[in-house]
Design a binder for this molecule. Structure first.
Ligand code: ZN
Length: 399
């Protein structure tokens, strides 16, 4: 990535920024709520008061009409173009289970599957075996040795696992071996590169070990990605950043851009408050705080749970704000409308408080008010410059 305008203008100061992400925050009108969204229906006095004294807008996670995964959506929030900085599925799977990827590692997702005696895939998910079964199968694969690489096989969930190959000179120019449909043969790994040879041998040895197992007697691999670290937020934005997130994937994505990952003493709000406090005390001037429950509620289509998740965050907010931030941003990584039970392409409300803002446009934090807020509509990657500017961390451009 080349050094852009923002990187040129960044200057350091003592201002402290909080970026709080309520995962899947955005939603669309829901009939049962009289046409309101969960954020509109939720009782959120803390965020409403920040909205009144700050500025609102909406961000577009990747591009109009594009539905993002949480990984790319977070990269956008961190100021990285999610399209040019792609995080492959293999990499996300490994990050998602908290695996400590190193530069140059080759990661891929694994599905345990069922092959019939003719070598045709009859079930790409091996009947969705239990996670316990998955762990047992992964243990059987742990002894596979291949010259020139270290191999890590990590169970994920049900029929899903991932594999990481560690060694020099690996490349990710590999096709998925998953044919994508039952009734076909697995795609053969051709090619003469080191990675091809290793993946082929891994597949062969796996097949030998799983041969007599039922229903999981083979593996399919997809999403081969080489792990390359991106330039850090310190290099790009002069920020010493820390992440406080309870789920491994979010810690992984934050780690990818060089944020320090703070340990939480407990998996709850008090644990997170302590971690944020520790982050600030250890000299970080940017804290990324992740709150997951709203997204899970949206994916379950549970409107009341989404409202409760947002209200829970609002109640917790003062304990974070009391730690002393100059600029606070509250937003989501994408929308997860309850009526869709999926991530969506809809824009996401953003609240920025602190620093000189064009305030007075809004009285509450909601989709409707955000759409007519002072910040307007912008790309997620523009949040970081707005936060830097609000914190007085961007110099003037030109004389
Ligand atoms: Zn998300």
């Amino acid at each position: 990535m080349h050094r852009g305008l923002i990187e040129e203008l960044v200057r350091k100061n003592d201002s402290r920024i909080l970026l709080a992400v309520i995962d899947g925050l955005g939603d669309i009108s829901i009939e049962e709520l009289g046409g309101r969204t969960p954020l509109e229906a939720a009782i959120t006095p803390e965020m409403d008061s920040l909205a009144a004294g700050g500025a609102l807008g909406v961000h577009i996670p990747v591009a109009r009409g594009i539905t993002p995964g949480s990984g790319p959506a977070h990269l956008g929030l961190f100021g990285y173009d999610p399209v040019t900085c792609q995080v492959g599925r293999g990499m996300l799977a490994a990050l998602g289970v908290g695996f400590d990827l190193k530069h140059g590692d080759l990661a891929a997702r694994i599905n345990f599957c069922t092959l019939n005696e003719d070598g045709i895939v009859t079930d790409r998910r091996a009947g969705r075996i239990s996670t316990e079964k998955c762990v047992e199968l992964v243990e059987m694969l742990a002894d596979i040795r291949i010259k020139g690489v270290e191999i890590f096989v990590i169970p994920v969930k049900q029929h899903r696992a991932c594999v990481v190959f560690r060694g020099s000179g690996l490349l990710d120019d590999l096709e998925d071996t998953d044919p994508g449909l039952a009734g076909q043969r697995p795609v053969r790994v051709t090619g003469s590169g080191k990675s091809h040879r290793i993946v082929r041998e891994f597949q062969r040895k796996t097949a030998r070990i799983l041969k007599n197992r039922n229903p999981a007697n083979f593996i399919l691999m997809r999403g081969f990605t080489l792990y390359r670290e991106f330039p850090s937020v310190e290099e790009r934005f002069g920020l010493t950043a820390a992440a406080v997130a309870l789920y491994p994937m979010y810690r992984g994505v934050a780690g990818l851009v060089g944020m320090d990952i703070m340990k939480c003493s407990s998996d709850d709000i008090p644990g997170q408050v302590k971690a944020v406090k520790k982050g600030l005390e250890s000299g970080h001037d940017f804290i990324f705080l992740h709150h997951k429950p709203a997204d899970s509620a949206g994916e379950d289509g549970n409107i009341q749970a989404k409202i409760s998740a947002i209200e829970e965050f609002d109640r917790a907010l003062p304990s974070f704000l009391d730690l002393g931030f100059d600029v606070v941003c509250i937003t989501g990584d994408h929308s997860t409308p309850c009526t869709m039970k999926l991530h969506s392409w809809h824009s996401v409300p953003v609240l920025i408080h602190g620093g000189p803002q064009r305030s007075g446009y809004s009285s509450a934090f909601s989709e409707k008010q955000a759409l007519s807020g002072a910040l307007g509509s912008f790309m997620s990657t523009e949040i970081m410059p707005l936060l830097l500017a609000s914190a007085g961390k961007l110099a003037k451009f030109g004389a």
